[in-house]
Design a protein. Structure first.
Length: 361
């Protein structure tokens, strides 16, 4: 009996540490990193070719609990077939093909269905976080909008937005009407990033044409009015390291998105921002005194004076030593964000996971 139990334990251990997709038989071997996804694919045509190779019946391991004639339990390893489900996603200008069936252990229908929905939730979360940088293109080589999973996927995206998930840099999270039309229209699958971030003249001309054809958001798609708040937030500026976008949020809803002349950087841990484009959107009065090479920032009873290359600031007339001085870079005054926002009575929160900085008035 001890021998039987030992064998059972060894099998159970192997089951727990060996990924199921590592034993799947019909999974493509075209990537060295994994057997259940292929990334960094250059074109949609190539991604479709790989996806088609991976669709269809997939043989996966299956373990069955059995008992011998005297009641001793043991595990019998066998295999089962499952209809593989293959997702094509796009991250900026690269495609990803990912299996669902390949990493499913128990292939009974209810469990397998839950795995598909779990994957859809993961994709919905990523898109609420950073659409159009990430988008779902197809499920089993069919535009996701034309599959049985459309309603579930859209409802998950809306639910995540309603619950305050994601990033202010996501155009879905911002309820951008053009982004929602592109998101819901299968004609634009795999093209969202180029539409909203055109790099070449050809992409710019195409984006202008597409956006000019879009109408006001279909009212049948009910979106949450705003991100939940405590009701006291009047204005926010949301920035992100290594990005030049500034999202201005007022009364819980996105008002506009500005683009700074430079990407946000934090040399020596101090976030420096251009004089204009952030604090003035929250109501601060900004001026530059070229003769004395200093900037003056005012709001209400607060006044901050920063002089170029000086480690001393004047805050409400009082001298204060500071960590980083105001700099002139390429003709632009760069100021330390937290110092100024704190002096004006704003709240500044840095999210180390996403690199987002939220300044709240």
């Amino acid at each position: 009996m001890k021998k039987v139990l030992t064998v059972v334990l060894l099998i159970a251990l192997l089951v727990s540490v060996t990924p199921v997709w590592a034993k799947a038989e019909k999974v493509s071997k075209t990537t060295k990193d994994s057997e259940w996804f292929v990334g960094q694919i250059e074109t949609l045509e190539e991604a479709k070719k790989i996806a088609n190779e991976r669709m269809g019946k997939l043989t996966v391991p299956h373990w069955i609990q059995k008992y011998d004639e005297i009641g001793n339990g043991y595990v019998e390893e066998t295999t089962r077939e499952v209809e593989n489900v293959v997702f094509i996603l796009k991250g900026q200008n690269k495609y990803l093909v990912e299996d669902v069936g390949a990493w499913t252990l128990f292939t009974d229908s209810p469990y397998f269905e839950s795995e598909i929905k779990a994957k859809l939730f993961d994709v919905a979360f990523d898109m609420v976080l950073s659409y159009p940088e990430i988008e779902l293109v197809s499920i089993n080589d069919t535009p996701w909008q034309e599959t049985e999973y459309k309603d579930y996927f859209v409802s998950e995206v809306k639910r995540l937005i309603r619950e305050g998930a994601g990033s202010a840099f996501s155009m879905l999270r911002n309820k951008d009407p053009y982004a929602w039309q592109v998101f819901l229209n299968p004609k634009y699958n795999g093209r969202a990033y180029e539409i909203f971030n055109p790099k070449t003249r050809e992409e710019q001309e195409s984006a202008v044409k597409i956006l000019s054809e879009l109408e006001v958001l279909d009212p049948s798609y009910s979106l949450p009015d705003k991100r939940p708040s405590d009701g006291n937030i009047s204005a926010q500026a949301v920035l992100k390291l290594n990005d030049n976008k500034v999202v201005i949020v007022k009364n819980g809803a996105t008002e506009k998105v500005n683009r700074l002349a430079v990407r946000l950087q934090a040399p020596k841990g101090v976030t420096m921002v251009p004089l204009r484009g952030v604090l003035d959107e929250l109501g601060a009065d900004l001026s530059y005194d070229g003769r004395n090479k200093q900037v003056i920032i005012k709001q209400g009873n607060s006044e901050i004076v920063l002089k170029e290359n000086s480690r001393t600031a004047k805050i409400n007339g009082q001298a204060k030593e500071i960590v980083a001085s105001m700099q002139i870079q390429n003709g632009r005054a760069m100021i330390p964000l937290r110092l100024v926002s704190d002096a004006l009575g704003y709240t500044t929160v840095f999210n180390s996971m996403t690199g987002e900085i939220t300044v709240t008035k």
